[in-house]
Design a protein around this ligand. Structure first.
Ligand code: ADP
Ligand code: ZN
Length: 688
């Protein structure tokens, strides 16, 4: 294998530079298409590993890859991560210091950079196009491509300039987004690929490391506090529907000794940036936020995302949940919901200024989410089914953990519908349940509802079960709050067949009032926990010393694997996911020391680098040959040695003949004669 071919092999760079053993689902096809220079649009879920799909091709292709990305914090983070992995990358943003810009310009001028991140505002300045052309740009990558969509809430006018830039440079373009809906996709294609549609990749929606759970809301404040309590030291995000709630929940968390902070769009930009920065850098922080907290968030070690209120669609749910567990280690998503959430979301849709078709579509989207919330089988199957993917029961959702207990609820639903209709479709759940269970409250008596034939017909079921029945009926869109009657429940057409006895319905009986399963899922077995803690402490110390977030050193996923596999040598360390050659060189010994409890023997840096490429063993073999034959076959010859660098050159060139071996710098005739045959044999065996 020649040096050049080696440099362009994506699988090899995946291992050497990023330290990943394999592609994630979907990545490889995208990487191949981008390397081949085809226009591409890739839609992958948040945390699915989009960045790799342009970073890796950038290293495999000649020339410079320009990355347009909407958020400065995110760009700086990626640049830092790339630099830590030994990749020449820089950013041009308004947050640069003069020195940073000068350095980036210098690297651009000498064509040393592989990736340049550019803020969209930069595209507006006339010089940018010339600059990028002169720097030898061969590929444009657009992150968060849905920012070209005028209708989305992430719209960035400067993104509209990308089309012109690409036309001017005449290079291929690769666009990435997590936004799946067809309208946004069509708009991305129209704006970024006006001439010919790109090769589109839509898949890999699963995030198998995220455990999914839904729970009926009873006392959300207490429920969230309990969740946080069992997850001390693990970073999390709690999404709320209102700004006020983010503040009260954050205060409540702080009062319990958690690092809880609020975040919403009503805060000053400076204040928001401070929260973002803190979140990015701190371990064990909990941000309580509205959906405004999102796009800039790229923290790989978020261990849990909770929804204190129901999100507005499956897309929104999945995007928000996707912020957990980007590093691939176990993470959790817990969503609380109740009838009030459903009412709130329905009302928001009804009261929006959107045209009727849009409202109907939004109700449909909400229904899909409610179907997920009220699922009676594996949640992941329901979720992936929505995105058009088939799946087996997952084993990592609350329903796979504990199958739902269902019952034939046809009778109960008919009684409930009858109560709804006989009271003129004007009342809410509480009153209807009072009627069904025969509670002659003042309100019931005042309205004469104790004389209805439906009064007390449901006394056989406890109130909690009726609450679940009503919530599920709302979830299945059999009844809807009527905006014209203060949210009184109205029957929908979907309920008619059940009322008429033409259809039956099965509902969940369990979990109707079950609290969120509060135990946290353990990250590692009990035996490995102390080592994991020690590894995290070492990571924190190094991160603090370098002034970077902990995950820039290694992600949780990597530390967990170290704690479980307990590498004893640098070669074994190099096999751990996330340990690339550069990081092995920078941090390998420090972490090995934690695992083995002893200071590792000093290792020649050349040897260290080869270990990162899986060639440590070959190095040892050749060094062994040099040692054994230092005084010749019979141990009486003139001493000859072979330096580490000569060995490294041999491993890189992999000569197959004595002539080729003799051409390597440092292999003079005497050494060739003494070591040549053994070295060639070792190389041949290693290749086999
Ligand atoms: P997003 O799609 O949201 O942009 P990222 O690109 O940030 O996701 O990737 C999420 C995480 O997954 C990162 O920590 C990244 O290092 C990790 N990752 C990406 N590809 C792989 C892979 N093939 N193997 C292991 N981890 C990966
Ligand atoms: Zn499941």
């Amino acid at each position: 294998m020649t040096d050049r071919a080696a440099a362009a092999d994506p699988a090899r760079l995946l291992r050497e530079v990023f330290g990943f053993a394999a592609f994630r689902p979907g990545q490889e096809e995208i990487v191949r298409a981008v390397i081949a220079g085809r226009d591409t649009l890739a839609i992958m879920p948040t945390g699915g590993g989009k960045s790799l799909c342009f970073q890796l091709p950038a290293l495999c292709r000649p020339g410079l890859t320009v990355v347009v990305s909407p958020l400065i914090a995110l760009m700086r983070d990626q640049v830092r991560g790339l630099q830590a992995a030994g990749v020449a990358a820089a950013a041009l943003t308004s947050a640069n210091t003069e020195a940073e810009t000068a350095q980036a310009m210098e690297a651009l001028g000498s064509r040393r950079l592989r990736l340049l991140y550019v803020a969209p505002e930069r595209l507006a300045s006339g010089g940018t196009e010339r600059l990028l052309r002169q720097a030898g740009t061969t590929l444009i990558a657009v992150d968060e491509a849905h920012c070209v969509s005028q209708w989305g809430h992430d719209f960035r006018p400067d993104y509209l300039r990308i089309g012109a830039l690409r036309a001017a440079l005449g290079v291929p373009l690769a666009a990435f987004t997590a936004t799946a809906d067809a309208e946004t996709r069509a708009e991305i294609v129209a704006r970024l690929f006006p001439d010919a549609p790109p090769e589109t990749f839509l898949r890999g929606f699963d995030r198998p490391n995220i455990h999914l759970a839904f729970a009926a809301k009873d006392n959300p404040r207490r429920q969230i506090l309990a969740l946080a309590d069992r997850r001390r030291g693990r970073s999390g995000i709690v999404y709320c529907a209102t700004r006020a709630k983010t503040e009260t929940l954050a205060t409540a968390l702080a009062a319990e000794g958690h690092a809880g902070v609020a975040y919403h769009a009503g805060m000053e930009p400076d204040e928001r940036r401070r929260v973002e920065t803190r979140f990015q850098a701190e371990d064990g922080i909990i941000v309580v936020a509205t959906v405004a907290f999102g796009m800039g968030i790229d923290k790989p070690d978020v261990r849990w995302v909770a929804h204190a209120d129901l999100p507005k669609s499956i897309e929104a749910y999945w995007q928000e949940v996707g912020r957990a567990g980007r590093d691939g280690a176990a993470a959790e998503a817990i969503t609380l919901f109740g009838p009030d959430d459903i009412r709130l979301r329905r009302t928001q849709i009804d009261e929006s200024p959107a045209p009727p078709e849009r409202k109907a579509a939004d109700h449909g989207r909400l229904n899909a989410l409610l179907g997920l919330a009220e699922a009676t089988g594996c949640r992941r199957q329901v979720l992936l089914g929505y995105f058009g993917e088939e799946a087996e029961p997952c084993g990592t959702c609350d329903i796979c953990d504990r199958p739902a207990v269902v019952f034939d609820a046809t009778e109960a639903v008919r009684k409930a519908l009858s109560a709804v209709l006989r009271t003129g479709e004007s009342f809410g759940v509480g009153h209807l349940i009072d009627i069904l269970t025969g509670q002659a409250t003042d309100k019931v008596r005042a309205r004469g509802h104790d004389r209805l034939p439906t009064f007390a017909v449901g006394a056989d079921l406890p109130k909690s079960v009726w609450a679940g029945v009503f919530r599920q009926m709302m979830g299945r869109d059999l009844i809807r709050p009527d905006p014209e009657r203060q949210g009184g429940l109205r029957m929908t057409e979907a309920a008619r067949p059940i009322l008429r006895g033409e259809a039956t319905i099965t509902l969940r009986r369990d979990g109707l009032a079950a609290p969120a399963r509060p135990e946290a899922r353990a990250l590692v077995a009990e035996d490995d926990a102390p080592l994991l803690a020690a590894l995290k402490a070492r990571r924190r110390a190094i991160a603090d010393a370098q002034g970077v977030p902990a995950y820039i050193i290694f992600t949780d996923r990597t530390l967990i694997e170290m704690a479980e596999r307990r590498p004893r040598t640098l070669d074994e360390m190099a096999q751990i996911t996330g340990v690339g050659a550069k990081k092995l060189e920078s941090f390998g010994a420090a972490f090995l020391q934690v695992v083995t409890g002893a200071t590792a023997e000093p290792v020649h840096p050349v040897r260290m680098r080869l270990a990162g490429r899986g060639e440590g063993a070959l190095y040892d073999r050749l060094a062994g040959i040099a040692r054994d034959l230092a005084r010749g076959d019979d141990g009486t010859g003139k001493p000859l040695d072979l330096g580490a660098r000569v060995i490294a050159r041999i491993i890189e060139a992999r000569p197959a003949t004595p002539e080729a071996l003799g051409r390597i710098a440092g292999m003079d005739a005497a050494r060739l004669e003494r070591f040549g045959a053994e070295i060639l044999r070792a190389l041949a065996e290693d290749d086999a």
